[in-house]
Design a protein around this ligand. Structure first.
Ligand code: NI
Ligand code: MN
Length: 224
């Protein structure tokens, strides 16, 4: 599976299918044509261009209902559930965060925020969404055994590097990729310090990607 960070919380996973998670792309255009889009919550920096892409989109009930009203073939689900779309398994995990959908007028409640474990081609990727640290991340490890964890580290709106270090240990994935940092001044972080601190104290590897950069993830070990 080829995993690409497109900036902020947006990733593409390219294997037997092309998956796009949280399609807010801070700069540049979309380099992939997704088969399936996954949206963790309604905030504009995650919902992004989901309503314009018009692809099969996995999202929580409230967001899926909104997207359907815009003509998107959305697949509704909710926390703790799993669905299979075109052979790709999506499990919706809790996140400790809020969710508000900006539309005409003041906007409206977007359901609760979530994360996903996405299983494709024998590889399991956990995208935490926007979240605080919570100890039930250990259940995500026990239940779904993620190979890769995509964790927000920017602070302010999500956990920061100190909390994400504990999250990485709870989740137990062999590879962590930090996200949701440096997009704007409030979430600036020393992400290389985060990488060094984890790699000095655990066997977990941290891949710090630049927007647009890819990494190959195999069933055994990351190639990078
Ligand atoms: Ni958010
Ligand atoms: Mn966010």
């Amino acid at each position: 599976m080829r995993l690409t960070w497109l900036g902020h919380a947006c990733f593409s996973l390219v294997g037997s299918r092309t998956i796009l998670i949280d399609p807010f792309i801070p700069e540049g255009s979309l380099p992939v044509e997704p088969d399936i889009v996954a949206v963790t919550h309604a905030h504009a920096d995650h919902l992004g261009i989901a309503a314009q892409l018009l692809k099969k989109t996995v999202a929580i009930n409230e967001v899926a209902k909104y997207l359907r009203s815009k003509g998107v073939p959305a697949e509704p689900m909710n926390l703790g559930g799993s669905i299979t779309v075109d052979g790709v398994r999506f499990t919706m995990t809790p996140a400790l965060h809020s969710s508000w959908l900006e539309d005409e007028g003041p906007g409206f409640y977007g359901g609760v925020a979530a994360g996903f474990v996405i299983a494709m081609d024998g590889i399991r990727v956990y995208h935490a969404g926007d979240t605080a640290l919570f100890s039930d991340m250990q259940l995500i490890r026990d239940l779904y055994r993620p190979d890769v964890a995509l964790l927000p580290v920017g602070g302010c709106f999500t956990m920061g590097p100190d909390e994400a270090m504990i999250a990485a240990r709870y989740i137990g994935a062999r590879l962590v990729i930090p996200m949701h940092y440096d997009t704007f001044p409030a979430i600036r972080q020393d992400v290389l310090g985060f990488k060094q601190a984890i790699e000095r104290t655990t066997s977990i590897r941290v891949a710090v990607l630049s927007p647009g950069e890819s990494i190959e993830v195999g069933p055994e070990s990351p190639a990078k």
